[in-house]
Design a protein around this ligand. Structure first.
Ligand code: AQP
Length: 360
């Protein structure tokens, strides 16, 4: 029996400061997903970007930066749906409708809300609190089965699943009405109106760590400058950041992974992903290394080699702003056609708006 291909969906923040954690945790998975997903849908989440302080004059540029990075990394608009969240109004409407089944307390307990609200100097917006509901709407609008993300998104995926389950329980499918095309289900989601999605977290590199403070994740806003390897960093900068990576004071150096060795584990994992090898194979290969210096050089070189072609393609793609807008507009048309069907089902189930005409 042939497995039904999953609908894949993931969203990414608009910024030109995409880092190695985003690349390994998410972008590489997106590229693999475009040949597995039917469809694979990737969204640049400009609406999410407005939930914290931001510069309106820069937002569109940052969307173009991210679009160009994704294309340079290997996304092909012919094999996936790539679009800007703000171009598809169905996300915002579904977000509002889903708030009716979202417990306020659950939103207030989210780690990201607590961390980000603590660091807001001017305004903690209601949008920051509702962020996970909009994220749920992003995914549920496409009845996606699979959501490729890094480990840091696990909590958001849980609340998304909870919202879908609550919606399905509160507004069950009415058989024989044509309502609720649950979209085919390759093993997840039950048969409610909305599909309950699964996360897809990579086995290695799910949480790439800051090179200077390896107990923390590499992050656009929360990491250190020297510990964050940007995809668009110059090769010399990348090499230097790895050379200065914090390891540990084991003497003699111990080149193995372990919870007690976050810095070394991080470097071994990154090298494994870059080489397409297992961390165990990398440990074996390093058995004769003289110390942590060899590991740092090897991983720096591997990352430079991986990113050089991406950076070259980026420069050419980013220069064509109209071309990027055209890609996003075509992607939004495809996305809207899917989301519109889900929205019609959701409105019908919730009794919102006029009744659906027969056959509509
Ligand atoms: N350190 C990481 N390791 C593995 N995966 C990661 N991701 C983020 N950091 C790591 C994954 O990247 C995807 C896209 O993330 P995003 O750009 O939408 O924003 P984010 O998750 O909020 O990334 P940052 O850099 O950590 O931003 P800030 O500093 O704003 O919190 C997601 O799938 C994420 O899991």
């Amino acid at each position: 029996m042939n497995a039904v291909p999953p609908v894949i969906f993931s969203g990414i923040q608009p910024t030109g400061r995409k880092h190695l954690g985003n690349y390994i945790g998410a972008i590489q998975q997106y590229v693999c997903g475009q040949d597995r997903g039917d469809p694979a849908i990737y969204c640049i989440v400009d609406l999410h970007a407005t939930t914290v302080h931001y510069d309106p004059a820069e937002l569109r540029d940052r969307v173009h930066d991210t679009t160009a990075i994704l294309l340079a990394a290997g996304l092909d608009p012919e094999r996936c749906v790539l679009f800007r969240q703000g171009d598809v109004a169905e996300h915002s409407e579904l977000c509002w409708l889903l708030t009716s089944v979202t417990p306020l307390g659950a939103l207030q307990r989210m780690h990201q809300f607590r961390d980000k609200s603590a660091s807001q100097r001017e305004l903690v917006s209601a949008g920051l609190l509702l962020y996970p509901v909009l994220q749920a709407a992003d995914v549920l609008a496409y009845r996606a089965h699979e959501v490729p993300v890094g480990e840091d998104q696990r909590e958001h995926l849980e609340i998304m699943r909870d919202i879908a389950e609550r919606f399905n329980a509160r507004f069950p499918l009415r058989r024989g009405t044509g309502e609720g095309r649950s979209g085919g289900d390759p093993g997840t989601g039950g048969d409610g109106l909305l599909v309950v999605p699964e996360h897809k977290i990579p086995t290695v590199g799910a949480r790439v760590r800051d090179l200077q403070e390896p107990e923390r994740k590499m992050s656009t806003t929360g990491g250190t400058e020297q510990g964050t390897v940007l995809l668009l960093d110059e090769p010399a900068t990348i090499r230097r950041k790895f050379k200065r990576a914090v390891t540990d004071s084991d003497d003699p150096p111990v080149l193995r992974r372990g919870d007690d060795k976050p810095g070394v584990t991080n470097l071994i994992d990154i090298l494994a992903v870059m080489r397409g090898a297992t961390p165990a194979a990398i440990e074996q290969e390093l058995a004769s290394a003289r110390g942590y210096g060899d590991l740092k050089v090897a991983v720096g070189e591997a990352v430079v080699a991986e990113l050089a072609p991406l950076q070259e393609r980026y420069r050419a793609i980013r220069a064509d702003t109209q071309g990027l807008e055209d890609v996003l507009a075509a992607g939004a048309d495809k996305a809207r056609a899917i989301a519109r069907v889900t929205l019609a089902d959701v409105r019908e189930a919730m009794g919102v708006g006029p009744p659906r005409s027969p056959g509509g």
